[in-house]
Design a protein around this ligand. Structure first.
Ligand code: EPZ
Length: 425
């Protein structure tokens, strides 16, 4: 297993590029199952999770070609044909267990082929990750849902429109139900829908395919079903979480860094918290510039569904709080187990105490480099960010977690002045 080795103390400068958004690429790849022809996705991030989703689509009979630009041709098989080829609608455990977002093929498969058999994703490091809302919505649309042998088996001759009220604004739940509703007969309303930019992007692309959706990106999404959809070409929007991670890296190293292509309108809560801590953040033509000076103060954060402070930025901000002046309080309200970066940061000298979903951080003058273990995607990012500013050498092990959501992060950071390298195991 590769590791990342960092010599702390370098200030980031110049500019750093942002890749296409992982959490937009994954639903958009699944959506490519819906039209009756080959779609083209541009600005695809080169990530482990994207490769896994491509493998899953191939397993479902799609032709998937390319790298940065992907062409996805769904199986020409009609719904009846699919029924004779059971593999065409099965998402197997060995793929879904490594990437929970595999459940995103559920909605498109049932909508297009009337059948889907998807391995239950199971939990992951950050929580149980149930999909009860996805299934409740599909049942409301007339699907028969059976849970057996660790798989969910969903069938429907043709889905019908329904009025669905989600218990919580689940991101992939909203996306799955959106992709199911576009080919259903009749009108669907999804209330308490997730408002993330990636959900809005999916609705926009589905409408480019010929769907009839209003309210994408708002809490109430309305869909009038159509009989079929056309393939599209689309360039994926920049990754706001990668951009936010680089803003934190620029701030913590007291650098002067332009995060190229970052969209400030998708980073309001993150930028507000940085400014509140005394970090200079300015919007420029080509992106967002961060200047970290001295005198950073603590920050109080509660993670919320978009447009609130994103849970995917919580770990990175905890590293920043660890070296800010004064006390910070961070409350994680979305996932039940998303503080695994805490013991690793404490080994680097951070002063952090947790009580359930709340962490209290007292800023220290300096962190010290150490060998630390990545446990999940954003925890790994937090440890890299801490290593950039810690005295001495930090080794982050199990960086395969990082590779799931960041495209060659160490290369991008090195070009911006970090003393960082990947050591092949
Ligand atoms: C998406 O996960 C993202 N993944 C996550 O990003 C992100 O952290 C999360 O949204 C929250 O913003 C992708 O988009 C591929 P949820 P998702 O369904 O959809 C509960 C990253 O680091 N819930 O919005 O799985 C659930 O347990 C990843 O890039 C149910 O109870 O998250 C959680 O507590 C990590 N039942 C809360 O809702 C359901 O049916 C939010 O989960 C669905 C969700």
């Amino acid at each position: 297993m590769d590791k990342i080795v960092i010599e702390g103390g370098a200030r980031l400068h110049g500019e750093i590029p942002v890749s296409g958004a992982k959490n937009a690429a994954l639903p958009l790849l699944a959506a490519a199952l819906l039209p009756g022809g080959a779609s083209v996705l541009e600005n695809v991030p080169q990530l482990q999770d994207v490769s896994t989703m491509a493998r899953l689509l191939r397993r479902l009979g799609c032709e998937v070609d390319g790298r940065r630009t992907l062409t996805i041709a769904p199986p020409a098989t009609s719904a009846t044909g699919a029924r004779k080829q059971p593999k065409l609608f099965e998402a197997p455990y060995e793929l879904v267990k490594t990437m929970r977002a595999g459940v995103l093929v559920l909605g498109p498969l049932v909508a297009r082929y009337g059948r889907a058999r998807v391995s239950l994703p199971g939990g992951c490091a950050i929580g149980a990750r149930p999909i009860d809302q996805h299934l409740k919505g599909l049942e409301a649309m007339g699907a028969r849902v059976k849970l057996e042998h660790g798989y969910v088996d969903v069938q429907a001759k043709r889905l019908r429109g329904a009025h669905i009220v989600l218990d919580m604004p689940t991101v992939t739940g909203t996306e799955n139900l959106l992709m199911a509703a576009v080919l259903a007969r009749g009108h669907t309303v999804i209330e308490n829908a997730a408002r993330e930019p990636e959900v809005e992007e999916l609705a926009l692309v589905l409408n480019k395919m010929g769907a009839r959706i209003t309210g994408g990106g708002t809490p109430i999404i309305q869909i009038t079903g159509v009989d079929d959809l056309d393939p599209v070409e689309h360039a994926i929007l920049p990754d706001r979480i990668e951009a936010g991670t680089f803003l934190v890296a620029g701030a913590i190293t007291r650098g002067d860094l332009l995060v190229r292509d970052a969209r400030p309108e998708h980073l309001d809560a993150v930028i507000a918290k940085l400014r509140g801590a005394g970090v200079s953040v300015t919007v420029e033509q080509g992106g967002v510039r961060v200047r970290g000076g001295g005198g950073m103060t603590g920050m109080d954060i509660t993670t919320q569904p978009y447009p609130g402070f994103p849970t995917d930025m919580q770990a990175q901000f905890m590293a920043l709080a660890a070296v800010a002046g004064g006390q910070s309080v961070i409350k994680e309200t979305i996932f039940e187990h998303r503080f695994m970066h805490v013991p690793e940061l404490v080994r680097m000298g951070a002063d952090i105490h947790t009580d359930g979903h709340v962490a209290v951080i007292r800023g220290v003058r300096k962190l010290s480099g150490a060998t630390v273990m990545a446990t999940d995607l954003r925890a790994s990012a937090s440890l890299v960010v801490a290593g950039l500013v810690a005295g001495g050498t930090t080794e982050v092990l199990r960086v395969y977690h990082l590779d799931r959501g960041y495209e060659r992060m160490e290369l991008k950071l090195r070009k911006a002045g970090a003393r960082i390298k990947r050591v092949k195991a």
